[in-house]
Write a protein that binds this ligand. Structure first.
Ligand code: TZP
Ligand code: MG
Length: 210
């Protein structure tokens, strides 16, 4: 299964819609991967949301990834977990995860990408690819040159996240991204399903051009 359109949920940006509502609309528009991401929600509520998202993504044939919390990912029967540089290590998750469990790692440069792959990451995400207001501590955008350099340095799938919109998605795909991860360009839109459908179409079209 591919990572083409990777939609990250966000309670603040989602215009009052719950995580599960965001997911329903996103998969209806063709999201291939959904990540549950919430830095504030109580863990019990997060688990409840995760279980509901598991049902919806399973029916839609989409992957379900949980941000930050491998325990919650396992409890919700998610397909995987997404880790930052400051989170538990991929090796520590691998030791307790079932076969096939997906471990994604955010990276900010080539060295981190190479290290993440060596540590057992199943995909790496260049974070942030462009500057973004959606993550307060994201730092400056790394840009397409770094994306290209990572693409030629690792073999695992490469996801781009941060500041990606319909206007720049084609150049991100052309630079070698396998997956395009977005918050505001999909769940921040009034018509989440339509926005997902448009992004998916643009990603597919850009891939046929490479
Ligand atoms: N990690 C790196 S950038 C980012 C996250 C979660 C935010 C992406 O949001 P947007 O709105 O697609 O720029
Ligand atoms: Mg994290």
């Amino acid at each position: 299964m591919g990572y083409d359109l990777y939609v990250v949920t966000d309670a603040r940006i989602g215009r009052g819609r719950s995580h599960i509502e965001q997911v329903r609309h996103a998969v209806a528009g063709g999201a291939d991967v959904v990540q549950l991401r919430d830095k504030e929600m109580d863990i019990a509520d997060l688990l409840q949301a995760g279980r509901a998202i598991r049902e919806v993504t399973r029916e839609a044939g989409a992957l379900f990834i949980v941000n930050d919390h491998p325990d919650l990912a396992l409890a919700a029967d998610a397909d995987g977990v997404h880790l930052g540089q400051e989170d538990i290590t991929p090796a520590a998750v691998r030791a307790i995860a079932p076969p096939g469990f997906i471990i994604g790692v955010s990276v900010g440069n080539v060295a981190e990408a190479v290290a993440a792959e060596a540590a057992g990451a199943d995909y790496v995400a260049l974070s942030p690819t462009f500057s973004t207001d959606s993550k307060s501590d994201a730092g400056p955008g790394q840009g397409l040159a770094v994306l290209r350099a990572i693409r030629s340095s690792v073999t695992v799938p490469l996801v781009a996240i941060g500041g990606i919109t319909p206007a720049n998605v084609a150049e991100v795909v052309a630079a070698g991204a396998d997956g395009i991860a977005v918050i505001s360009a999909v769940v921040g839109q009034e018509d989440v399903t339509g926005a997902a459908r448009q992004m998916k179409h643009l990603i597919k079209a850009a891939k046929t051009e490479r």
